[in-house]
Design a protein around this ligand. Structure first.
Ligand code: RET
Length: 251
């Protein structure tokens, strides 16, 4: 008999809760945009687009649409009985990768604009980020019977290092040039981002990669990370931006 690794009521309820959180954040962030002049709204627009996209993605996952069963591996059913195998299928929430393809470049754009990075460096960071997410998607649909599942994962990690390099080296230098206030804020919110983002590939390795976490635990782990990386990050950025003229962008 095949084995199906599936979310339960707990995972599903978590998905609905995060959907509501993202929806409320979107309303609050767009409301905040009305309270600042047009010339200060770019971060509000970018940040609201991030939470709206996440709300749509969580709606799809909660409704059971952004998910499919993936054949992971064929296993020996009994250690000492030959020719008895069973297939293992696990739910892959591929809606996440569609969400991340849109939202992680927008999150990076927020940070790049804050630092005042050059167009070339922004483009490298964003394209490397898209490569990271899409090669991560290939890894998610890889099979444990071939080595390329972890090969795709390794490529995604290299792309992630390119993103970190652009932000930590070029981003930080440009932010410092804008003065101590922006420099310190960039270091703080950039450090927060670095820590949160780095937990994603770790969770992926434990849950999707090696199946040492069940589907419910995986949903909860990503839910916590997504709330920190999107609404909490966004609120911090927008409230700080409102109190500073140095963060204004001429775009
Ligand atoms: C994957 C697996 C392959 C290796 C790496 C990954 C990195 C993912 C990251 C995701 C960040 C998501 C955010 C979402 C929105 O809030 C694709 C998990 C490196 C860094 C911030």
């Amino acid at each position: 008999l095949p084995e199906y690794q599936t979310s339960s009521e707990t995972g599903n309820r978590t998905l609905w809760v995060v959907f509501v959180v993202m929806l409320v954040a979107s309303v609050v962030f767009s409301g905040m945009a009305w309270n600042v002049p047009m010339s200060k709204r770019l971060y509000h627009v970018v940040t609201t687009l991030i939470t709206i996209t996440a709300a749509l993605s969580y709606f799809a996952m909660a409704a059971g649409d952004g998910v499919s069963y993936h054949h992971v591996v064929e296993r020996q059913s009994h250690k000492h009985v030959p020719d008895t195998t069973h297939d293992i299928y696990r739910q892959v929430y591929y809606a996440r990768y569609i969400d991340w393809t849109i939202t992680t470049p927008l999150l990076l754009l927020d940070l790049c604009l804050l630092a005042g990075m050059s167009g070339g460096n922004i483009l490298i960071a964003i394209i490397a980020d898209i490569v990271m997410i899409l090669t991560g998607l290939f890894a998610a649909f890889g099979t444990e019977e071939t080595p390329q599942k972890w090969g795709w994962y390794a490529i995604a990690c290299i792309a992630y290092l390119v993103v970190i390099w652009q932000l930590a080296v070029h981003g930080r230098a440009m932010a410092m040039n804008k003065g101590g206030k922006v420099g310190n804020f960039f270091a703080a919110i950039g450090g927060f981002t670095l820590i949160i983002w780095t937990v994603y590939p770790i969770i992926w390795g434990i849950a999707d990669g090696s199946r040492n976490m069940n589907v419910d635990e995986e949903i909860i782990a990503y839910a916590v990370l997504d709330i920190l990386a999107k609404p909490i990050f966004g609120a911090w950025l927008l409230f700080t931006h409102m109190s500073m003229t140095e963060t204004n962008v001429e775009l």
